[in-house]
Design a protein around this ligand. Structure first.
Ligand code: 2AL
Length: 248
């Protein structure tokens, strides 16, 4: 099984971190291909960053379709471009936020999210509402660390995430914590140990969900709104999307 793990930001170090965490958790028969868009924001921490990154995600799915990909993961906690990506393929496409919410709801009645910057909490809150998990989540908390600090100042970032995780444990009345950034993929063990609650991390959760779907023979439905987009002309720098023909 070939799993294309798309880091929607363009920081190669973060793509490597995410790829290594996914490879460690993957089943022996799963081949992880960690990729990132050629162009776009180095980190995603605003609505604007997300909108730009979402196009790069589609390019990565189209590249994956040329290589016979069995499943895709969008490894940014805003799940940028998720439904659009599903339109482009019959393979399953899983966002790390939705993967983490699903997994957390299976092991706890209530969870809190610990994300990076407070200004991006609204992105997770919108997704919780959209996916139907708002009642399962007590609070979206922020450790107030810029995304790239996870790569560049990892030790200080870890301390802040653990502090916020402990506050969530003590104040929120929860059973589990969800980590709210792809760049936290390698921190699960340390945070679990320090906080003492189950910690659900989206990249690893998504790998296991992707393996389950492929094992069940389930892919993205092409019936209804997730059908391939109608071929049409695209102009200017999106001309290469013109007459897009899906893999059959
Ligand atoms: C993210 C993420 O997962 N990757 C990134 O660049 N920005 N989202 C977040 N809430 O930190």
């Amino acid at each position: 099984m070939q799993l294309r793990l798309i880091n929607p930001n363009t920081t190669a170090g973060m793509t490597a971190t995410i790829g290594e965490a996914a490879t460690r958790i993957a089943a022996p028969g799963t081949r992880i291909i960690a990729t990132q868009p050629d162009a776009g924001p180095v980190s995603i921490e605003s609505h604007f960053d997300e909108a730009v990154a979402a196009v790069g995600v589609q390019e990565e799915v189209l590249a994956g379709e040329r290589e016979g990909t069995d499943a895709y993961i969008i490894a940014c906690f805003g799940d940028p471009g998720l439904l659009a990506a599903r339109e482009l393929t019959r393979a399953p496409v899983i966002g790390i936020a939705e993967a983490a919410f699903h997994m957390a709801s299976l092991i706890s009645t209530r969870f809190s999210v610990v994300t990076t910057l407070g200004r991006t909490a609204i992105i997770a809150e919108h997704l919780l509402a959209q996916y139907g998990f708002a009642h399962h989540c007590r609070r979206v908390r922020a450790a107030e660390i810029p995304v790239l600090d996870l790569e560049e100042d990892g030790d200080a970032a870890l301390v802040r995430i653990i502090d916020e995780g402990r506050r969530a444990r003590d104040e929120d009345g929860i059973g589990a914590i969800v980590l709210g950034c792809g760049g936290m993929a390698d921190l699960t063990e340390e945070i679990t140990e320090a906080v003492g609650l189950p910690v659900v991390e989206g990249v690893t959760a998504a790998v296991k969900l992707a393996e389950a779907l492929v094992g069940l023979g389930l892919g993205t439905s092409k019936h209804g709104d997730l059908a391939f987009p109608r071929p049409k002309a695209f102009t200017g720098r999106f001309e290469h999307f013109s007459g897009l023909m899906p893999r059959q």
